[in-house]
Ligand binder design. Structure first.
Ligand code: ATP
Ligand code: MG
Length: 394
């Protein structure tokens, strides 16, 4: 068991890392963060911010020398750095899980090997013209989505294709790198499960979140999700199986598609806490970040139970009128709303700047009321951002 006041290492300095740092600091640990951004949300509050690239030898050496364990909030760490660290210091999750989650092709292969259903897909290799269907897989129909195998997030690195004839141009547009061609499935709902696995193999899953996206970016998560008990149990069992088969230590997220035909398909996995688990900061018996600290430090995992219905709405840079900070009064005046801002200095369109959790009351059955009040708060901020400023009008 790694006890306070040991130092924990974190690869990546975004908002997911910032909450990990907060959770660890509150328990008396120190946290060293590696991230090249001088203004990174986690780096700003870390015990020490190593403001270097993820391949910087001196920074990796410093981390390995100081930290009792190293974890990640960002999966796109160079493989050489991961291997170098893993040979010297405890890395949770380990290189195998990170390698799989870094690469959509490896991820689909892994899911196929353990018998988990995904949307029909094909591999389109760098420079190749013809996609290849995996053995035993179904050939995707159109419309389809071409996704780069590596480095995609928030819908980036994806092109939607109406017809097979569009494939060559789309592959060129994505730089002819390794890609996955995936059938666009008809969605009934999207759901996700955050799951933690500790050193002794104990697993705790958080309640299922129901997610809606705008332009490929998560907009709103509501919990409990509107799915029947069988879907909930199956999704949770799949998440559990994934961490068990990966012999995973840490927190992992699984995104699912529930199709109109009633199939539950895995969309993707993330080897870290997840935006759709932010509701746990205010509405669970433990947050996904406290659970990450517990999992990587070999502490007993906490039960992850919902305390009230909750809806989380993301605050993107689009809500910052001309880059200026919004007037938060609609959120601050709502007693059930919890405002979270990540301390990012620059607001850009599509950039995640913060989120709001709207809480229900214990015993309230579903998330209908909290989801509509979260949408209402978001709409008030969006309307304010769209209004021409007094200065511009004058
Ligand atoms: P993030 O890392 O932010 O989750 P991403 O860039 O990895 O996003 P995906 O999860 O692959 O992107 O896709 C983003 C969203 O686009 C999905 O949540 C879903 O709404 C839609 N989408 C992606 N693939 C499909 C598909 N095969 N069929 C239908 N919708 C899809
Ligand atoms: Mg996704």
């Amino acid at each position: 068991m790694i006890q306070p006041s040991a130092t924990l290492g974190l690869l990546g300095g975004g908002q997911l890392g910032r909450y990990f740092v907060q959770a660890a600091l509150s328990m008396g640990y120190g946290v060293w963060v590696l991230d090249p951004d001088p203004d990174s949300p986690a780096g700003r509050i870390a015990t020490r911010h190593l403001c270097q690239g993820f391949d910087d030898p001196a920074a990796l050496e410093a981390l390995a020398g100081e930290c009792a364990v190293i974890t990640t909030e960002f999966e796109n760490i160079p493989r050489a750095s991961i291997d170098w660290l893993e040979a010297r210091v405890r890395l949770c999750p380990g290189s195998r899980a990170l390698a799989i989650a870094q690469d959509r092709l490896a991820e689909k292969d892994f899911l196929g090997e353990i018998g988990i259903a995904v949307a029909p897909w094909q591999a389109l290799r760098a420079g190749a013209a013809t996609p290849v269907t995996p053995s035993g897989g179904a050939t995707p129909a159109f419309p389809a989505i071409l996704k780069t195998a590596r480095m995609g997030y928030d819908g980036k690195g994806q092109v939607r294709l109406a017809r097979a004839e569009d494939l060559a141009a789309a592959h060129t547009e994505l730089g002819s790198v390794d890609c996955v061609l995936e059938q666009q499935v008809e969605l009934e709902r999207e759901v996700s499960v955050i799951v933690a696995r500790g050193a002794a193999g104990h697993v705790e899953a958080f309640p299922l979140a129901e997610n809606s996206h705008c332009d490929g970016i998560l907009h709103l998560s509501r919990v409990p999700a509107r799915v029947d008990a069988a879907v909930r149990e199956r999704a949770t069992a799949i998440a559990r199986m994934i961490v068990e088969r990966l012999e995973y230590q840490g927190v992992l997220a699984v995104e699912f598609f529930l199709t109109v035909a009633g199939e539950l398909l895995v969309n993707e996995i993330a080897p870290r806490p997840h935006n759709s688990g932010h509701y746990s900061l205010d509405a669970c018996t433990v947050s996904q970040f406290q659970q990450q600290v517990r999992a990587v430090c070999d502490l007993t995992l906490a039960p992850a139970l919902l305390t009230t219905p909750v809806a989380m709405v993301n605050l993107l840079g689009d809500l910052w009128p001309d880059g200026a900070c919004p007037d938060w009064s609609p959120v601050l005046e709502a007693g059930r709303a919890r405002l979270h801002l990540y301390g990012k200095a620059v607001a850009r369109r599509g950039r995640k700047m913060g989120h709001v959790n709207v809480l229900g009351l214990p015993g309230e059955g579903d998330a209908t009321a909290v989801a509509s009040s979260a949408e209402g708060l978001w709409q008030a901020l969006a309307d304010a951002a769209a209004r021409p400023s007094a200065e511009a009008e004058a």
